[in-house]
Design a protein around this ligand. Structure first.
Ligand SMILES: [Zn+2]
Length: 427
């Protein structure tokens, strides 16, 4: 990978420094020799998957300027800005960058952000934020760090690690409301609720978050239960765990002393009950972020590792989770793609490609999987006016591909180029 944008920035810095010592004309000469006069990038002769109502435009010229898409038109109909960086499309495919709607960066170094970009991810939602990630979010937006744009959820409420780290652990309605006010003041974009959040605290969190207009995502607290969760003002559910745990037949749950089956979706599912939950989800317009791959491969160590070594149970869990997602999709639920990747601690950024494949395996056609990973994620992040499709005025977050991901999603694993806000990253 080379970072042409970074190289240009460096030249600009050198230029600025020289400007103090030399005349303005010397400086512009340096610019003329070393970088385009404009920051325009032009893709000539590309096939554009706009991701707007399945629209595909053949043999197009697309221009990006100032980090945004400025023009899209038939190959020879577009005026080329002087000094633009020309990229010959050779009928390659240009599409929006991917959105990973569930990642974790709290153990990451800034270099890890590049792994997300290399995987084609140009925006992401961090689901258990830390103050330094708010700073990264700003530095990425300012172009000081190369990485996916970030929406950062506050430290999780109702989990095990937040109390240890001194983050709010609300127990009452008042404490729930106060925690949300605090997170909102600190600049977090979302609040995250988790399995062990007490019901009273949940009520306080929901009321205050809706008053402040900050969205809520996360796990269904046990004391709340899926039905009440779906009727509260919630914006996303993660992992689908509670869908299966609340639909397992009695026999399956009784058999399992440590409840790992319900966590991982293994057991006999009451599909009628599941369909009713699916209908409630569709009606509630709540986003679902399934994270299939994480559950395919992970088991928290203390939880019944021996039993989970049983291949039949693992496969049953994987089948159940895929079937739930298929039913949600078929019923018209809002779905986005998330991996639960954690900057390579356990699951690398590239896991998004396994997740896309798993969603396709679940019975969702490739076009719809691509929509989930682009416009779906953009809507969930509240950024659909900025990203998610290839359209004039939107951010130039683009993937250039030598094959068509509608034919095979594996095509996305090796993008020829990932463009982040008009700064292009070449492989
Ligand atoms: Zn997570």
């Amino acid at each position: 990978m080379t970072f042409e944008g970074l190289a240009n920035n460096r030249i600009s810095l050198i230029c600025s420094a020289l400007f103090l010592l030399l005349s303005a004309s010397s400086c512009s000469k340096l610019l003329a020799n070393d970088e385009p006069l404009s920051d325009a990038v032009v893709f000539v002769g590309v096939t554009v998957l706009t991701m707007e109502d399945g629209e595909v435009l053949e043999d197009q010229t697309l221009v990006t300027q100032n980090g945004r898409i400025s023009v899209i038109g038939a190959r020879d109909s577009v005026a080329i800005p002087e000094g633009a960086n020309m990229i010959e499309g050779r009928s390659r495919v240009l599409m929006p960058g991917l959105v990973d709607a569930h990642i974790h960066l709290r153990h990451a170094e800034t270099d890890d952000l590049l792994e997300y970009v290399k995987a084609g991810i140009t925006c992401a939602r961090e689901m258990n934020g830390r103050p330094f990630l708010l700073e990264w979010r700003e530095r990425i937006d300012a172009g000081e760090l190369v990485g996916p744009c970030l929406k950062v959820a506050a430290p999780t409420m109702g989990n095990f690690s937040s109390p240890r780290e001194g983050f709010p652990t609300p127990q009452s309605q008042a404490e729930g409301a106060e925690a949300v006010r605090q997170f909102h003041r600190q600049g977090y974009d979302w609040v995250k609720v988790y399995t062990f959040l007490p019901r009273d605290a949940f009520v306080g969190v929901v009321n205050e978050a809706s008053a402040l207009g900050i969205p809520i995502g996360g796990h269904v607290p046990i004391e709340v239960g899926l039905a009440d969760f779906l009727s509260a003002e919630i914006h996303s559910t993660e992992h689908m765990t509670e869908y299966v745990s609340s639909s397992l037949t009695d026999e399956a749950t009784v058999l399992d002393k440590v409840d790992f089956r319900s966590i991982f979706g293994a057991g006999d599912v009451d599909w009628e009950k599941m369909d009713s939950q699916v209908r409630s989800t569709v009606k509630a317009r709540i986003w679902s972020v399934p994270t299939l791959v994480w559950f395919d491969r992970n088991l928290p160590a203390p939880l019944a590792a021996d039993a989970w070594a049983d291949t039949n149970l693992r496969e049953q869990g994987a089948r159940n989770r895929r079937e739930i997602v298929r039913r949600l999709h078929e019923a018209g639920a809002l779905l986005a793609v998330g991996t639960d990747s954690d900057a390579g601690d356990d699951l690398a950024a590239s896991a998004i490609h396994d997740e896309l494949n798993a969603l396709h395996e679940a019975g969702i056609k490739t076009e719809d999987v691509l929509e989930m990973a682009t416009t779906g994620g953009a809507k969930l992040l509240g950024l659909i006016d900025e990203i998610g499709s290839v359209s004039t005025g939107k951010r130039a977050d683009l993937l250039l591909l030598s094959c068509d991901p509608r034919d095979d999603l594996a095509c996305l694993r090796q993008p020829d180029m990932v463009v982040v806000r008009g700064r292009h990253v070449v492989e």
